[in-house]
Design a binder for this molecule. Structure first.
Ligand code: FPP
Length: 257
């Protein structure tokens, strides 16, 4: 999608008034937090919060496509989430399976390219097979890119990149001096994907929690009080409006200073 298309879409969906089209982020990354609290507040099991979280994810992805966001990354399961009760871990695994099974055809139809970030080695073989299928089916789609971070941790990702580079040095294929930020970037799960411009975290928590710490070096961070199961088009537009009001300097000076 061209920039002009994205701007046109932004105007069509009415987001233009809130966030200037020129300031639309290319890549947004979302920490979908607050599922458990949403459920507990209603006297429901935590797993019900995650189920409703998948519905919020569907709504939000559809809105992001309509608005013309090129890349969306979502944090669906962190490397640290294994420490949750086994029933909750297995419910999250089940939701990923169902999400891929039920939504893959629609995502493919919508020209979405699906990529998975994170360590797959610890996942069940049937989930691994589904992830491979989702990536293969959608690999040539040129619309939106959806990156599902699953069993993902930023420190683990950076350590793996460091390990890969150290092995290349040990084999005599490169020198330590050749290890640049670009060399590390090329070995991250997100290699070739532009960095997120905007990181959104819901539920009022203000942390990155081991999510895209390398990639988010210059991202704008927007924290919203809404719990993830209540998220959707309106909340996304509010986050985009906030992003539109920020001045991004990348370590430089503001205009006119
Ligand atoms: C944080 O809420 C959310 C998660 C740990 C998982 C996010 C998962 C989904 C939105 C559904 C799964 C989606 C896919 C694609 C598998 P929390 O449980 O930490 O909430 P709390 O802080 O209120 O307890």
């Amino acid at each position: 999608m061209t920039m002009a298309d994205r701007q046109g879409l932004a105007q069509d969906t009415g987001v233009a008034a809130a966030a200037a089209p020129a300031a639309l982020p290319r890549h947004i990354a979302i920490i979908m937090d607050g599922n458990g609290r949403w459920a507990t507040q209603r006297g429901l099991p935590r797993v019900e919060g995650h189920r409703r979280g998948v519905e919020a994810l569907r709504r939000t992805l559809k809105a992001a496509r309509d608005i013309g966001i090129e890349i969306v990354t979502v944090y669906s399961f962190s490397s640290e989430n294994w420490s949750r009760p086994p029933a909750e871990v297995s419910a999250l695994m089940g939701l990923l399976k169902r999400f891929i099974r039920n939504d893959l055809a629609e995502l493919h139809e919508a020209n979405v390219r699906v990529r998975i970030a994170g360590d797959r080695t610890a996942l069940d073989p049937d989930i691994r097979a589904l992830l491979v299928e989702a990536e293969a089916l959608t690999a040539r789609n040129l619309g939106q890119t959806l990156i599902v971070a699953f069993n993902y941790g930023s420190r683990q990702e950076i350590a793996a990149a460091a390990r890969a580079l150290a092995e290349e040095v040990a084999r005599g294929e490169r020198t330590p001096e050749s290890i640049t930020p670009e060399a590390i970037e090329a070995r991250l799960n997100t290699a070739g994907i532009p960095d997120p411009d905007l990181v959104i975290r819901t539920s009022g928590e203000m942390r990155l929690s081991n999510f895209l710490m390398w990639q988010a070096a210059y991202a704008e961070l927007v924290f919203q009080p809404v719990l993830w199961p209540d998220y959707g088009r309106e909340a996304l537009e509010e986050a985009l409006a906030e992003y539109g009001r920020r001045e991004r300097r990348y370590g430089g000076l503001a205009a006119g200073r």
